[in-house]
Design a protein around this ligand. Structure first.
Ligand code: ADP
Ligand code: MG
Ligand code: ZN
Length: 471
């Protein structure tokens, strides 16, 4: 039986995080009432003229530099013609021969996937089918997209998913895309073919349209591999076609075949001059590419975090920046900061788009962590103080003083307290001697209680162990 190799190439449509559309001043606010963010330009009225959005172009270029693409000093907009109710002009403004970004790559898990291009285009409107009706919301028409086209370098559904996650993280870190799959700001078309392992020609491919979750991309590709393999194994041929993912049934379904494939008749848009970018501005944007996720993760792991920690804290760029800001302001070692942030702070951070709403400022949290690292307070007290900081907006030192939470670190004083507890609990001491070492937790609890929570629990435990072993 033939062993088949999977070949996958992905086309991602990432919405550029602008306030307004690509060729008009209409807002791009998600969830606005249908057809309230429209004008003659994005509704395709005859004679209305497009004016490029400078911010969208800037974000496309910043993305290009982050992706390591060659950014063109001069690119061109082209018309991609087709007829559909969600495309009132009868064409979409995209880029063809001269895209704004050529080449580039995405690196993840030690692997590099090359890109063909990352070009600018406007989104079409959104059709919703309700019973026998089709409703069209033109709010989405004209929204700026960056289409990022990978080479057919991916070899498995899991790898495709990892690529998508890495690309999303990279674009978010570059500040160009909000990564919101549910709102359609990051969508993927997946191309897939099989070939006999060892062959150097590609097989016929199928394109799976608009899959809107990472998991569905993986599932759709897995199901398509099984379907294509069955076709090939039985001596058949895979047809070049466009398919869609039927989530409920867990299979892909044919949408249109090769015969129905459109000839888009690309040609330069006569309404738009060549997009020529100023060299000095390009240089500035190139210099401003932020530290990217892969480098950030390597830096964190070097500083003592696990890869798991790095994954969790790197999930959102604003969270990553928050963590770095806290580390920079505290004497506590990064791994401990990572533990505290993940355990106590992360759940209270809300993210919206590219912004994060943090419960306490980095410097304030650093103040708390310094008290913890310097043994002024213990972990339980730190949690309590954090809650108070969030509720009252006061700094950690003030609250520790007010609440009397500074811990007792004096070894002699603690030893006296430990002895008192041991003397008061002879039965448990006997149990310990008989091998029931778990009662040490009971002793720690008693000392903590007697000290009204102030005793340094670590010193208490060490003292207990020493005294119990010695007596
Ligand atoms: P088109 O112009 O029809 O969209 P492209 O050459 O731009 O075709 O390719 C679109 C996507 O399909 C790219 O991501 C590319 O990597 C991928 N692709 C091309 N050929 C294959 C193939 N044989 N198997 C899987 N993916 C492929
Ligand atoms: Mg394509
Ligand atoms: Zn408009």
């Amino acid at each position: 039986m033939t062993t088949w190799e999977t070949v996958i190439g992905l086309e991602v449509h990432a919405q550029l995080a602008t306030r307004t559309k690509l060729f008009c001043g209409c807002e791009t606010t998600y969830g606005a009432a249908p057809n309230t963010q429209v004008c003659p330009v994005c509704l395709g009225y005859p004679g209305a003229l497009p004016v490029p959005n400078a911010r969208a172009i800037e974000l496309a270029v910043r993305a290009g530099f982050a992706l390591g693409s060659t950014v063109s000093r001069a690119s061109r907009f082209a018309r991609k013609s087709y007829f559909y109710p969600d495309l009132p002009k009868g064409y979409q403004i995209s880029q063809m021969e001269l895209p704004i970004n050529e080449g580039g790559a995405v690196t993840f898990e030690g692997r590099t996937v090359a890109l063909e291009r990352a070009h600018l285009e406007e989104d079409a409107a959104k059709s919703t089918h309700v019973g026998s009706q089709t409703r069209v919301d033109f709010n989405r028409g004209g929204v700026p997209l960056l289409e990022i086209v990978s080479r057919p370098d991916l070899r498995s559904p899991a790898e495709a998913e990892a690529y998508l996650r890495a690309l999303r993280s990279l674009l978010m870190t570059a500040g160009v895309n909000d990564g919101n799959l549910e709102e359609g700001s990051f969508r993927c078309d997946a191309n897939i073919s099989l070939r006999p392992l060892g062959s150097d020609v590609f097989g016929e491919r199928v394109e799976i349209k608009n899959v809107n979750s990472f998991r569905f991309v993986r599932l759709a590709l897995e199901s398509e591999i099984a379907r294509q393999r069955a076709v090939l194994q039985s001596g058949g041929r895979v047809e070049r076609e466009t398919r869609s993912w039927d989530e409920a049934a867990g299979v892909t379904r044919s949408m249109r075949g090769k015969e129905e494939a459109a000839d888009y008749r690309y040609f330069p848009d006569p309404d738009l001059p060549a997009l020529v970018l100023d060299e000095a501005t390009l240089e500035r944007w190139r210099a401003e590419v932020p530290e990217l996720p892969a480098a950030r993760e390597a830096r964190w792991v070097e500083a003592g975090l696990t890869e798991y920690d790095a994954g969790v804290l790197g999930q959102h760029p604003a969270v990553a920046r928050y963590f770095d800001a806290v580390c920079a302001a505290t004497a506590m070692e990064p791994k401990k900061v990572a533990n505290f942030v993940q355990g106590e702070v992360l759940g209270r951070i809300g993210t919206q788009g590219l912004e994060a709403d943090v419960p306490v400022a980095p410097a304030a949290l650093a103040g708390l962590l310094d008290l913890l690292a310097g043994d002024t307070i213990h972990g339980q007290a730190a949690k309590k103080v954090l809650g108070l900081m969030i509720d009252e907006g006061l700094d950690a030192a003030t609250l520790v003083k007010r609440e009397g939470l500074a811990q007792e670190n004096d070894a002699e004083a603690l030893e006296a307290q430990v002895r008192a507890v041991l003397d008061a609990n002879p039965a448990q001491v006997t149990q310990f001697r008989e091998g029931k070492t778990a009662v040490i937790g009971y002793f720690v609890g008693q000392v903590m209680k007697a000290s009204r929570g102030k005793a340094n629990p670590k010193t208490v435990k060490e003292t207990l162990e020493r005294l119990l072993a010695g007596e």
